[in-house]
Write a protein that binds this ligand. Structure first.
Ligand SMILES: C[S@@+](CC[C@H](N)C(=O)[O-])C[C@H]1O[C@@H](n2cnc3c(N)ncnc32)[C@H](O)[C@@H]1O
Length: 375
């Protein structure tokens, strides 16, 4: 990206033009013009971003007030909920309406209930409403607490919150792994369905690298009763994977390999499929290249590596899910020394260097498609 020096950013230019326009024409005329403006113009520039933060606070408040737990017990009106949580009823109504627009709740008449997506997440084996809420809260508050460090992280190139030491990383990753199981399991099932012809039946050795709660391999273990999984992660995080494996009735087909993915031995030509779910972004470019090489060696000659991550379009313009991936790169600036998000072109090139000859993508319900690397 080009340096802009001291030039005022474009968004600020637009804001200044807009202020002058309001002064010139009068608020009434501008208000009329507003109605025909594009969605982007109506997003209110910098103020829109500020209110994005308020949107995050709305979820945090909904969790802190126990609204998710209350609605897990069945539909209710704002007044009923306000009485139960001992809060101001009109304010509760306003919060509930925002949580409906965000897709967490649905509303029919004056009654609210958990949205289909949230009810679906809560129906997954091993997921309970109390831990679902507390894990989400821990995760969101960690993000809220760390993100103000972005300015300093940009200035210094150093993370604001270091996960460099293993103890800090493990604490953070345990609740993250539980939240991400809920988040990633539906996409993992879509991936398994898309690859069922290839991996749906018969013996299958699966390697789940940086498994977390193991959502990706769980979809394969549930779908193919002959699949065996080796899940790699830090020891306390593997307890989360073990919990979900038990709940899904597949624990007898899971082996847990505890350790740092940079050091742990994965062996040679052992696996048919390797799953790398959201590990490359925190490893950074150099370590990701090393990891792809190590995984390539651990795969059988016809083995396949499937990589889930937030991927940026080649021009880094933020199209096709790239905008989220670009924002996520800032998250990596805050939390990690080398973490980043990468383009399809970079992944394709690294795959080639690691010994993969073919590269494809599979669309799943996630910000970016899954990348498929074949030897
Ligand atoms: C973002 S989570 C993804 C978890 C899971 N694969 C998923 O997609 O839901 C990243 C995972 O990588 C693990 N991890 C990060 N660095 C690691 C390392 N150096 N060695 C082993 N595991 C690591 C974390 O403990 C965490 O479970």
């Amino acid at each position: 990206m080009k340096e802009t020096g001291n030039r005022i950013p474009k968004s600020a230019d637009i804001w200044i033009q807009r202020r002058d326009e309001i002064a010139r024409k009068g608020a009434r005329t501008v208000a009329k013009a507003d109605r025909s403006e594009s969605q982007a113009d109506r997003s209110m520039g910098m103020l829109g971003a500020a209110f994005g933060m308020l949107g995050m606070q709305a979820v945090v408040s909904g969790l802190e007030l126990g609204l998710f737990e209350q609605l897990a017990g069945g539909p209710a009106t704002a007044l009923q909920l306000a009485r139960r949580i001992k809060a101001h009823s009109r304010s509760v109504g306003r919060l509930l309406d925002v949580l409906v627009t965000q897709g967490h709740f649905d509303r029919t008449g004056d009654r609210y209930r958990l949205s289909k997506a949230v009810r679906g997440a809560l129906s997954l084996p091993g997921v309970e409403i109390e831990t679902f809420c507390s894990d989400m809260l821990i995760h969101l508050k960690a993000l809220q607490g760390a993100h103000p460090g972005l300015t300093e992280a940009i200035r210094t190139g150093q993370p604001a919150m270091s996960l460099a030491d293993q103890a800090a990383a493990e604490r953070f990753f345990v609740s993250l792994a539980r939240s991400l199981f809920v988040q990633n399991y539906p996409g993992a099932c879509a991936l398994f369905e898309a690859t069922r012809d290839e991996f749906g039946e018969g013996p299958l050795e699966v390697l789940d690298v940086a498994a977390g709660g193991a959502p990706w391999s769980m979809a394969f273990a549930n779908g193919n009763k002959s699949a065996r999984v080796t899940a790699v992660d830090f020891p306390p995080v593997l307890e989360v994977a073990s919990h979900y494996a038990e709940a899904n009735g597949v624990a007898d087909r899971y082996d847990f390999l505890a350790g740092d993915v940079r050091r742990v031995k994965l062996g040679k030509e052992r696996f048919d499929v390797a799953l790398l779910g959201h590990i490359c972004h925190s490893e950074g470019a150099k370590q990701t290249q090393r990891l792809l090489g190590k995984v390539a060696k651990a795969l059988k000659p016809k083995g396949v590596m499937l990589v889930a991550d937030f991927v940026v379009d080649d021009q880094r313009r933020g199209v096709d899910g790239g905008a989220f991936a670009m924002l996520f790169a800032l998250n990596m600036r805050v939390f990690t020394p080398d973490g980043d998000t990468f383009t399809f072109k970079e992944y394709r090139q690294w795959g080639k260097e690691a010994g993969f000859r073919r590269f494809e993508t599979v669309d799943i319900p996630a910000p970016s498609p899954i990348m498929v690397f074949r030897k």
